[in-house]
Design a protein. Structure first.
Length: 277
């Protein structure tokens, strides 16, 4: 993407960078014996100290085979548990804070020690980031892009784990949220952010689009301009890995301006650029 970001996009970029800084800071403190609940609390406290008072959703942490959502059947299984981190275990930190009225939703994959399998999953996610951007620029339908991501995972030898999320979503729209001193949460989700998503769903239903990017017919439409939190999630047996970051979609006829990742200076992108795998 070329050119300067608008003030609006700079606000979203700031909160996304804050979120990834939190993920890296908490990941550096993880050690054997830490529980998912403790890791989630560490994220909350780190962000609270830096001014976060509202959420799209409160932080999650998944350890071991829970990174691949093994045997997840109901939404309550996504919430942090007393699972303890062990040496060699993969982990995922996932948070969606609201800061200065801007929202981010990020996912950070790591491992407590060296694991060639986990390294390979992280490396193979690069192809998904490139495929998604290319096909959004081509204005393929969200459903078609989802199916192409699925096919790429099969070719790589992985299972689709984002299908375990509610409605099987690989992404959802995000937007500004009215700032309040305090905003309640419902089942871990901020009420203000949920109102915004519900409003998008209502308007989208009327106009023939959905704020949820899924494999179902309600996503059988080209990408709607706006900001999308995108999270392809690979699984191989008991190991899972993903990234989650903001994709900007516009109505520009210039392919490079029609869609772009908000920020290319993120941990997983730096890892690929540095050839760390």
């Amino acid at each position: 993407m070329t050119g300067e970001l608008s003030a609006e996009l700079r606000g979203f970029k700031e909160v996304q960078r804050l979120s990834y800084a939190c993920a890296e800071a908490v990941a550096a403190q993880l050690k054997p014996g830490v529980t998912e609940r403790e890791a989630a609390r560490m994220q909350r406290e780190w962000l609270y100290e830096r001014g976060v008072r509202d959420w799209f959703h409160r932080p999650f942490a998944w350890f071991g085979d829970r990174t691949a959502f093994v045997d997840f059947k109901i939404p309550l299984q996504f919430f942090p548990t007393n699972r303890r981190l062990e040496a060699g275990m993969p982990f995922i930190l996932d948070m969606a804070p609201v800061f200065k009225g801007y929202t981010a939703d990020i996912g950070y994959s790591g491992c407590l020690g060296l694991d060639p399998l986990h390294d390979k999953l992280l490396a193979d996610l690069q192809d998904h980031r490139e495929l998604i951007l290319r096909e959004v620029r081509e204005r393929r339908t969200l459903r078609e892009i989802y199916q192409d991501v699925d096919r790429l995972m099969v070719r790589q030898g992985y299972a689709n784990r984002h299908q375990a999320y509610p409605f099987g979503v690989i992404a959802h729209k995000i937007d500004r949220v009215k700032q309040r001193r305090w905003s309640p949460t419902v089942f871990g989700f901020g009420t203000q952010a949920l109102k915004g998503l519900a409003s998008d769903a209502l308007h989208g239903h009327r106009d023939g689009w959905s704020p949820l990017w899924s494999p179902y017919t309600f996503s059988d439409h080209p990408p709607q301009p706006g900001l999308w939190a995108v999270e392809p999630h690979l699984g191989f047996r008991g190991t899972g890995a993903k990234f989650e970051e903001i994709l900007v979609v516009t109505d520009s006829r210039d392919p490079e301006q029609s869609a772009f990742w908000l920020d290319d200076d993120l941990p997983h992108v730096r890892r690929w650029n540095e050839g760390a795998v």
